[in-house]
Design a protein around this ligand. Structure first.
Ligand SMILES: [Zn+2]
Length: 600
């Protein structure tokens, strides 16, 4: 997403989080009789000690495919009976129970969800279900730890808070807008883990289906930075923009970036409303009036054959004007705008939306072929505090679209969407890439002005623009370098230089170190190798190591130091990374003979 602008302090009181007792969590995790060799799946995918949304993700299985069936009354903003998801998963261990993420209620009583689960089946048979609090990752006492301190929220590890809890956090605080970052440190985490115990254990390696039926009003999640995301109410339906964890505020799922099932969406909605989802539109069926929809309804079927990360699932429903066209290379482009946007603004928006094919072609020069069969944009009206790179269907909030942010979000289709970060601590990896795309736009504009890409003056202007972008970032002082990009707290994850400008500058320096050709080769290699999956920080760095022109041990060691400085180091005032790249401000990477002597 583009860097968030946080809304001013809301005049709202802080209501208490919904609590579940640890005892209830313990009951929910009790193994059924006769399954001694099987065990419960982990209730988090976060590594031990994580303080970025450690409550999310679920282990013991992988997510293969999800069919979303919404029955949505757009006037009332309600999911009606018949709403359900069918998750196809594959067990990676013998499972006595497993979990999903689903936030039915939240402390946000105005815009938060209010939903009820009615039934869960596993392989068609009714299954027991209960909601439990998360437990901090790595708790040796397991998910049912009776110690209340094992289920507390915090920005930090350890929790701290009024009782000086020495344990890691079990969840990130759900702050209200304007609240102090530490306001909820030491409070209990809400019971958002949907723990499912099937009638029979699931064998290791077996594929199984889970159906969850629910009704109610979807809503937004309050993040660790006080912003909200999820299902935003609009005047004629809903607008979905969800990073990092808000998908669980409208649908139960394995809510973790590395969990990437493919999707089908079958949304039955009030007649006259349009459903906008990931992938391609397969069919639109008009249904006769019935008790639930006296004015009739429409069923929209979208299909994504590419896997979709948890925070990139799109399902906006409202009075959207939707158009589609197929480019010469076969990629389908969708454009959707909320019909309530004034006509003059819609025309302005359209002029920018129409550039998506050209933007995609340009960005392909740096990342390789576009990874999906479709691409698109949906412009909604709710004042969500950010734009987001929903896979193949980028969301713009507030009724407008801007060109530079469009370059940012479209570049995410490769970086974040096709190749997803392995966990939240790697958000900088894809935000740095997308921020670099905005530099690439500025470079392109300078190049065009100076004679175009085939002229020497144009090429020089292109290069000079990127060098200047790096130098401007490197010249920053003060708190700019104080957060290690790979270790932010939740309250600063989407609002600090460490997530955006600093890694973008690092990539620009890396381009100088490797040279433009090898840099692009490395980028394309990563896209091919990790296509449809996710990447860890060591894997990312190893890929760039492979494309170093000078592969001496000293230069490889220098590159290791470079990554450590730029991605993993929090600097005190007056300090910053010291290794840059050839032609950039600061000490270069190579010595005068093209090698890497220690200390250079
Ligand atoms: Zn972004």
């Amino acid at each position: 997403m583009a860097q968030r602008w946080l809304l001013p302090t809301a005049v709202a009181s802080l209501s208490l989080l919904a609590l579940a007792t640890p005892a209830a969590a313990a009951r929910a995790s009790a193994p059924a009789a006769g399954r001694a060799h099987c065990s419960a799946g982990a209730r988090t995918l976060s590594p031990p000690g994580s303080h970025l949304y450690p409550e999310t993700g679920n282990g013991g299985y992988t997510s293969v495919h999800t069919a979303v069936h919404l029955v949505y009354d757009a006037t009332a903003d309600m999911f009606l009976p018949g709403s359900h998801v069918v998750l196809t998963d594959r067990a990676t261990q013998c499972l006595s129970s497993f979990s999903l993420d689903f936030e039915r209620h939240s402390a946000n009583t105005e815009a938060g969800p209010d939903m009820t689960v009615h039934a869960v089946t596993v392989n068609g048979r009714p299954a027991h279900f209960a909601f439990a609090q998360p437990t901090y990752p790595g708790d040796p006492h397991g998910p049912g730890d009776p110690n209340p301190a094992a289920h507390e929220a915090s920005q930090n590890d350890p929790v701290g808070g009024p009782k000086h809890n020495p344990l890691p956090p079990a969840c990130s605080p759900e702050l209200r807008s304007g609240a102090r970052p530490d306001a909820l440190n030491g409070t209990q985490c809400p019971a958002d883990k949907l723990v499912i115990t099937p009638a029979a254990a699931i064998d290791e390696g077996a594929a199984f289906t889970v159906s969850v039926s629910w009704t109610g009003r979807p809503g937004v999640h309050n993040d660790g930075d006080g912003s909200t995301e999820g299902w935003f109410r609009s005047s004629d339906g809903g607008f979905v923009t969800t990073e990092p964890v808000g998908t669980e505020d409208w649908m139960p799922l394995n809510d973790y970036p590395a969990a990437k099932p493919t999707y089908d969406f079958y949304d039955t909605v009030t007649a006259g409303r349009t459903a906008i989802c990931n992938g391609v539109l397969v069919s639109v069926r008009h249904n006769r009036p019935d008790a639930e929809f006296p004015g009739g309804s429409t069923t929209w079927h979208w299909h994504s054959r590419a896997p979709v990360a948890s925070y990139l699932v799109e399902d906006s429903i409202g009075k959207y004007d939707l158009t589609e066209r197929t480019a010469d290379n076969g990629i389908r482009y969708y454009e959707a705008q909320d019909a309530s946007i004034p006509a003059a603004q819609q025309q302005k928006n359209l002029a920018i939306m129409k550039q998506q094919e050209a933007i995609t072609a340009y960005e392909s020069q740096f990342s390789g072929a576009f990874p999906f069969t479709s691409d698109g944009v949906v412009i909604g009206t709710p004042p969500a505090s950010f734009e987001e790179e929903m896979q193949t269907m980028i969301t713009f909030a507030g009724g407008t679209i801007g060109l530079s942010v469009f370059y940012h979000e479209n570049f995410h289709q490769w970086w974040g969407d096709n190749v997803t970060e392995a966990g939240y601590a790697m958000t900088f990896y894809k935000e740095g890439m997308a921020t670099m795309a905005q530099d690439l736009l500025a470079a392109r504009q300078a190049e065009d002005k100076a004679g175009g890409p085939s002229s020497r003056t144009g090429q020089a202007a292109f290069q000079a623009t990127l060098v200047r972008a790096f130098d401007q970032t490197w010249a920053k002082r003060g708190a700019f370098w104080s957060v290690a990009p790979s270790n932010p707290a939740p309250y600063e994850l989407f609002g600090n230089a460490g997530t955006y400008a600093r890694p973008a500058a690092a990539y620009l320096a890396l381009r100088q170190i490797l040279g433009p050709t090898d840099f692009t080769q490395a980028m394309e290699h990563i896209q091919r190798h990790y296509r449809g999956g996710h990447i860890t920080e060591p894997e990312l760095e190893a890929a760039f190591h492979q494309w170093m022109p000078n592969r001496s041990g000293a230069c490889q060691a220098q590159l290791t130091d470079f990554f450590h400085q730029w991605f993993d180091t929090a600097y005190s005032a007056g300090h910053r990374p010291t290794i840059t790249g050839p032609g950039l401000s600061g000490p270069g990477f190579y010595n005068q003979t093209g090698g890497c002597s220690p200390g250079v």
